[in-house]
Write a protein that binds this ligand. Structure first.
Ligand code: COA
Length: 254
């Protein structure tokens, strides 16, 4: 488990919340493992009908922990927790609702391509600065984004690194609904509860049909992951991580 992931139940809704606000909910290996376990175990529990993923007020997630990336770049172990998390998300029988307010970077954005309904605020910001970090798209986003929003918008998001605000993300098909910040969590919960009232077998079949070929999606995650793993060890990536770390040092000494 991880102190940075809070798991709770509200009726038939399994609530998984990232809780590392001091680091903008940047995701560590332990957090991926905890989130995977929270979804896997609730998915097997008949009392649970829907999963709900949340961050904090003003911050969904700043993406993968760059310190963890740096460790891999310097020859450290990858682990594989993130792939386990992707596998559990994509294979889940029960729908996944997400609620976003504020920053959603990297996997904090690509995760929603693998959710069923995303509620966000207009002030949210979805971005994937993969190329600026010497990295490449992940979590099946290289296949999902062009399908959801068309090649040009997908390329602007995933390659150019342009960010989308909440309304742009909704218009592009990444987000279902925009609500006011003070209503975001209640709206996400009431959406999850509406789904939880559906007949569970029909709900599972509907999700299965709408998810399409999950094996193909996971195969794409694997292919992207191999390339991403190689990129993490590239000079381009090492330099980008170092410059983020030195930005931290210069901020601290300012
Ligand atoms: N990994 C590790 N730590 C991170 C992080 C990340 N992805 N994102 C933010 N943090 C940390 C910062 O280092 C800082 O820690 P410190 O207080 O110990 O110095 C803290 O979270 C707050 O971040 P800060 O940069 O001061 O907040 P901000 O509001 O000015 O900017 C972001 C927020 C998200 C725009 C900025 O932190 C950022 O660009 N983060 C990197 C995002 C990223 O590239 N993710 C990987 C995508 S693949």
């Amino acid at each position: 488990m991880s102190e940075h992931v809070k798991v709770s139940r509200d009726g038939a809704v399994n609530v998984v919340r990232m809780h590392r606000l001091e680091k903008k909910n940047a995701l560590t290996r332990a957090m991926y493992a905890a989130m995977a376990e929270a979804i896997r175990s609730a998915d097997a529990d008949d009392a649970v009908r829907v999963h709900l993923l949340l961050g904090s007020e003003g911050v969904f997630s700043a993406g993968n922990d760059l310190g963890d990336f740096m460790t891999i770049a310097m020859g450290g172990e990858h682990g594989g927790e993130v792939f386990e998390f992707m596998d559990v998300m994509i294979r889940a029988r029960k729908p996944v609702v997400s609620g976003v307010d504020g920053i959603a970077v990297g996997i904090g954005t690509t995760i929603h391509f693998n959710c069923d309904l995303t509620i966000a605020t207009a002030r949210s910001s979805f971005s994937t600065p993969f190329l600026d970090l010497g990295l490449t798209p992940e979590f099946a986003s290289s296949g999902m984004a062009p399908t959801v929003m068309g090649h040009q918008r997908a390329f602007a998001l995933l390659a150019l690194g342009d960010s989308l605000n909440g309304e742009e993300a909704r218009d592009a098909g990444l987000v279902w609904k925009i609500v006011e910040p003070e209503n975001m969590e209640s709206e996400a919960m009431s959406t999850a509860k509406r789904l939880a009232q559906k007949p569970p077998e029909a709900l599972a079949i509907a999700r299965d049909l709408l998810m399409g070929d999950r094996d193909a999606r996971l195969a794409l995650c694997k292919k992207e992951g191999e390339l991403f793993g190689e990129r993490l060890k590239s000079d381009e990536a090492r330099q980008a991580f170092q410059s983020f770390m030195s930005r931290k040092v210069s901020k601290a000494s300012a």
